[in-house]
Design a protein around this ligand. Structure first.
Ligand code: FAD
Ligand code: NAD
Length: 479
């Protein structure tokens, strides 16, 4: 076994690990980046990019199918599954290539291949070949899809990782989980002609928490998809080239159906199990994640930092990049750690209509501002531009604080939700009041006019604050 010495060791060479490596190196510290698998990142290889490539193919098919009401006859729709997957894989490989080129530029002595685990807070073992003695560590090990043990019935039970290595589209697929992955992939595959059934254990839809938006989202998605809420997958068996899925609705009704695949999309868990965290002395939460400061990414007051999906705070690409940068920067500065820039939360599910959340969520506000925030909404059913495009489905709900009039957040299922989400997240981060937002320009005819309608209603609601006897601890202090 070889022993090497370094000042900072970064475990995991994905997005968070790469930004941590660059920040720690720029901070003047000798840094080693340890990767157990391939470089290229989850986002580029089996995450954000290939999923959006598949969705873009589905959008093209959908546009052809939906052309007739505009007076456009597109002829018989043919989907060449092999061509769809060939483009997904080749464009994906291009994105992965950009990442690996960046890693190729890192000095060879800064990279170590193998799985790292802690022997002590400052000693790591990498596979069976190297001991790394280090002053500081960044944990950036990412996350993995969850597949319950009882579903592991053979090669026909898959995760999102497998989808992006297909050569052709299957005929049918069952998807467990109506989260972001289940809905993005489920709708895309449905639009590409695959028979898709999505099982939602309860009634949740992607990252939504606002009950009104949830109701509309459930209806809009159910109108298009075979999406079964309150239905659990209770038995999974592989028979030859097919998987047999038995599901049970909460009313007790049970069904057994056959599919080419069952995709487990019931969430992801941080890759921490095999890391030897028990040798670090770190305090961990009930999910086993080290307790960390979300502004410094420091675990307790130790020289160990964490970032990206590994910390399970906001498992999204822009957050992994930010958290990795802060973790690497502070690993270099340790013990003089400083808070880094954490941005206003923004989440976008690339369904159609898109599902977006910006700023504080409805559930968070019910906790932090009970009775202290006003709510208003707009439906996109009769919104001018949305109707012009025949995309007039969805609901936007906006939240603002009584007294200060500060805009707090929004949840939506909406046409062009990715853009509305950005606009509203920027307003929340800038601390704009609703009246300041209404002073901004709105063009015509645009979906943002729907946002203006919601904000006008919100301004009206703000003027009708209910009476309170007790002070609001988390509200903006009066000027
Ligand atoms: C299907 C899908 C679609 C997605 N779409 C989006 C999207 O549209 N927008 C968005 O913002 N986010 C999206 N995400 C989420 C996003 O991809 C992740 O949040 C992000 O990639 C996490 O980056 P990371 O650096 O934490 O992890 P990763 O990129 O997974 O890096 C972790 C690395 O650590 C390595 N590793 C693990 N354990 C060890 C060890 N012990 N020793 C050494 N190396 C180790 C792994 O091999 C891996 O390379 C999507 C995710 C999925 C799965
Ligand atoms: N557009 C994006 O930004 C994007 C896209 C894909 C993935 N991601 C990231 O990847 C993460 C993981 O995605 P995901 O969709 O796997 O997880 P998720 O947490 O978004 O959704 C999982 C869903 O599965 C349900 N579930 C849990 N156990 C179940 C069971 N036994 N049977 C049926 N349903 C069950 C949960 O209630 C939840 O609704 C997301 O949280 C997100 O951070 C982001």
């Amino acid at each position: 076994m070889k022993t090497i010495k370094t000042e900072v060791a970064v475990i995991g060479g994905g997005t968070a690990g790469m930004t941590a490596y660059r920040a720690a190196s720029s901070g003047g510290k000798k840094t080693v980046l340890i990767e157990g698998n391939q470089f290229g990142t989850t986002c580029a290889r089996v995450g954000c990019m290939p999923s959006k490539l598949l969705i873009s193919a589905a959008d093209a098919a959908h546009a052809v199918r939906e052309a007739a009401p505009f007076g456009v006859q597109a002829g018989e729709l043919k989907i060449d599954g092999r061509a769809v997957m060939a483009r997904v894989r080749s464009e994906r490989d291009r994105f992965v290539g950009f990442v690996t080129e960046a890693v190729d530029d890192y000095p060879a002595e800064d990279k170590l291949h193998g799985y790292a685990r802690f022997l002590s807070p400052t000693r790591l073992q990498v596979d069976e070949h190297t001991i790394v003695e280090t002053e500081r560590v960044v944990i950036a090990t990412g996350s993995s899809p969850i597949v319950p043990e009882e579903w592991r019935a053979g090669s026909r039970v898959i995760t999102s990782d497998d989808v992006f290595y297909w050569d052709d589209l299957p005929t049918s697929i069952a998807i467990a989980g109506a989260g972001v992955i289940g809905l993005e992939l489920g709708q895309a595959l449905h639009r590409l002609g695959v028979r898709v059934t999505i099982f939602g254990r309860g009634g949740s839809v992607a990252q939504l928490g606002d009950p009104e938006v949830l109701t509309v989202a459930r209806k809009v998605l159910k109108d298009e998809l075979d999406l079964r809420f309150d239905t659990k997958v209770v038995k999974v068996e592989q028979h030859g080239e097919q998987v047999t899925v038995t599901s049970e609705h909460k009313n007790g009704e049970s069904r057994t159906e056959h599919f080419d695949f069952l995709l487990s999309a019931i969430g992801r868990k941080p890759n921490l199990d095999q890391l030897g965290l028990e040798h670090t002395g770190l305090v961990r939460d009930h999910h086993g994640v080290p307790v960390f400061n979300k502004y410094t990414m420091q675990c307790g007051d130790s020289a160990i930092f964490i970032g990206g999906d590994a910390d399970d705070e906001r498992p999204l690409l822009p957050e992994a990049a930010d958290q990795g940068r802060i973790a690497g920067d502070n690993a270099a500065r340790y013990p003089d750690v400083r808070p880094g820039l954490r941005r206003t939360p923004l989440g976008i599910a690339f369904t159609d209509p898109q599902i977006a959340t910006a700023g504080a969520s409805y559930k968070e506000l019910c906790e932090s501002h009970p009775g202290r925030f006003a709510v208003a909404q707009v439906s996109f059913e009769n919104q001018g531009r949305s109707r012009v495009m025949l995309q007039n489905k969805g609901l936007l709900r906006v939240y603002a604080e009584y007294r200060s009039g500060r805009f707090l957040g929004a949840e939506m299922i909406a046409p062009r939700g990715e853009h509305i989400g950005h606009l509203l997240a920027w307003a929340a981060q800038a601390g704009l009041s609703v009246s300041a937002m209404l002073d901004m320009p709105f063009y015509h005819p645009v979906v943002e006019e729907g946002v203006r309608t919601a904000l006008r209603h919100l301004a009206h609601e703000l003027a009708n604050e209910p009476k309170h006897d007790d002070p609001c601890v988390d509200c903006t202090p009066a000027p």
